[in-house]
Design a protein around this ligand. Structure first.
Ligand code: OMP
Length: 278
């Protein structure tokens, strides 16, 4: 999906919500456990309930990998079920030496090889240019590079003060600057945690045109209002992810209705913020 097509979906649905499919068999409502594939059945109902309010879905690969072959099958079925107009993100946080990254890229992007046809994959920047480029080599696909993550551990490395050509910088700022040599805003997005919303205005100075994937609203307590105020650009430029707050809004038989209510609530708030740019 192109950047413009994604923006058009955002305008159409008046939403920049990404629903995170962090589907944990231990959290699935008990009545679904008799289904042939409980993980897929849960996802199917969540997708049906939230698709009018979401422009993107982000299965977190760990939740599927942890179940072995069965998990990969549930993921395949889920991917086939997600409506075609929705942007899909494999949240895999990969990155390795070039020839290995090439295989990771094939895993998520090459339908003929793996059966998967995600629009985007999350990638860790730590190993540098040659670890990211194999993902960027796929046309019409996206790399979402971890820039400033939502967790407390982001303080360990990402905020470190460094010096680049005599200029003082933070490590995450250099990730944003350097990676722009590798791909454009048509193929690269960045992860910025919602819990780091106070840094968004400054991040926008470095990457004014790129889309940002912003996880951390809902269960992690980030503010959608602040993220939108400081992070939105003229073409929205935001995909805000919420996983647990939507998919586990209820652990009972009404889980899909409650997920719909939560997704709708977020979408209605987003519609308000979008009115500033349309
Ligand atoms: O890359 C991510 O999606 C990600 C980056 C980050 O900095 N923080 C973060 O929470 N995530 C992911 O976003 C989702 C957040 O889930 P909830 O906290 O339940 O909304 C999880 O799948 C995380 O792995």
């Amino acid at each position: 999906m192109t950047k413009q097509a994604l923006f058009e979906q955002i305008l159409l649905k008046k939403s920049y919500l990404c629903v995170g499919l962090d589907t944990d068999i231990k959290k699935i409502p008990p009545h679904l456990l008799q289904a042939k594939d409980p993980v897929f059945e849960f996802n199917r109902q969540i997708i049906d309930a939230t698709a009018p309010y979401a422009v993107a879905y982000k299965p977190n690969i760990a939740f599927y990998e942890a179940m072995g072959v069965k998990g990969w099958e549930s993921l395949q079925k889920t991917m086939k079920y997600i409506p075609k107009e929705c942007f899909t993100i494999a949240d895999a946080k990969r990155g390795d030496i070039g020839n290995t990254s090439e295989l990771y890229a094939r895993t998520f992007f090459d339908k003929n090889s793996s059966g998967f046809d995600f629009d985007a994959v999350t990638v860790a920047p730590y190993m540098g240019r040659d670890s990211v480029q194999p993902f960027l080599a796929f046309e019409n696909k996206w790399v979402i590079l971890l820039a400033l993550t939502s967790n407390v551990g982001s303080n360990d490395f990402q905020h470190l003060k460094i010096e680049v050509e005599g200029e003082p910088k933070k490590l995450y700022q250099q990730v944003l600057t350097k990676s722009q040599e590798w791909g454009s805003s048509e193929s690269l997005m960045y992860v910025v945690g919602a819990t780091q919303a106070d840094k968004l205005a400054e991040i926008r100075e470095i990457v004014p045109d790129h889309f940002l994937l912003v996880p951390g609203v809902g269960a992690q307590g980030g503010s959608l209002e602040e993220v939108s105020r400081y992070g939105m650009n003229k073409k929205c430029g935001l995909l805000v992810n919420s996983s647990r707050a939507i998919i586990y809004a209820s652990s009972g038989e009404d889980f899909a209705e409650r997920a719909e209510e939560e997704a709708k609530k977020v979408q209605q708030e987003m519609e308000k913020y979008l009115s500033a740019i349309v």
